[in-house]
Design a protein around this ligand. Structure first.
Ligand code: NAP
Length: 248
């Protein structure tokens, strides 16, 4: 482990891909600021202990990242606790999958608020911290759904396509301050989010994947680790698809 005093803030990190990213960045030597909606997300969950076993510090900061006021408190508290925010991973996300003709306004608005507005909130607030530091790496979780579309996901694909545009915009705004902003676009990854899919949806997805298997959260975390480290110092405004060849 390369020991540093750097800190990574990962939204929605109690489980799934966010938890895998926390563990990987802890192994890279980052102190970890966990976030999820509430403390109960971390009950009966050993992710914080596993991160601390890597020899770094870790603390939980509950917040609803779709709410700007929550994000203001979150960023202030993380900065006070750790001093710097060197890596921001905008990972929190939800799905409310329904065919477009049957989707309610509430289902549409909720996914946009949690997946997309949260990324505005956090890039605005952490961006200010990183501008003062003159360094930082931001990694946003997009999705193949935002690149290619996906039936019953007009809300989700809109939010993820927006994240790609937002990533490129903020990369251009912050590039001159030595801050990189990139996105990863996972395909079909084994997590509680995808456990909700039907067998039919799973089989359809698998038939389109060149590698004929689903991805694991650790396979997203390893790319995030690259984008959070100095080996990617000249990479910004990019979207890296991690899908086992779904797009070919
Ligand atoms: P997950 O297992 O559902 O985890 C998402 C986490 O975000 C949960 O712990 C959730 O908390 C939390 N969260 C939800 N709303 C929040 C809010 N308003 N504020 C703070 N935290 C919130 O999802 P995942 O599969 O790991 O996905 C992680 C990211 O990767 C998401 O952005 C997702 O869109 C993206 N992605 C996933 C896949 C995939 O195949 N899994 C593919 C492409 C992209 P609760 O448990 O309380 O809801």
């Amino acid at each position: 482990m390369a020991q540093t005093t750097k800190t990574a803030l990962i939204t929605g990190s109690a489980r799934g891909i966010g938890a895998a990213i926390a563990l990987r960045l802890a192994a890279d030597g980052f102190n970890i600021a966990f976030n999820d909606l509430n403390m109960s997300a971390f009950e009966n969950n050993d992710i914080v202990d596993k991160v601390k076993e890597k020899g770094v510090e870790a603390e939980i900061f509950p917040a609803d990242v779709s709410k700007h006021a929550d994000c203001e408190k979150l960023v202030k508290d993380v900065k006070t606790r750790f001093g710097t925010i060197d890596v921001l991973v905008n990972n929190a996300g939800i799905t409310r999958d329904v065919p477009t003709s049957m989707m309610t306004e509430e289902q549409y608005d909720m996914v946009i608020a949690v997946n997309q507005k949260s990324v505005f909130n956090m890039m605005k607030l952490v961006g200010k911290v990183m501008i003062r530091q003159k360094s930082g790496h931001i990694i946003n979780l997009a999705s193949v759904s935002g690149i290619y579309g996906n039936p019953a996901q007009i809300n989700y694909s809109a939010s993820k396509a927006a994240i790609i545009g937002m990533t490129k915009t903020v990369a251009k705004e912050l590039g001159g301050r030595s801050i990189t902003v990139n996105a990863v676009a996972p395909g079909f990854i084994h997590t509680p989010m995808t456990d909700k899919l039907t067998e039919e949806q799973r089989a359809a997805m698998l038939s389109r994947i060149a590698m004929k298997r689903y991805g694991e959260p650790e396979e997203i975390a390893s790319v995030v680790s690259f984008l959070a480290g100095e080996d990617s110092s000249y990479v910004t405004g990019q979207v890296i698809e991690i899908s086992g060849g779904l797009s070919m």
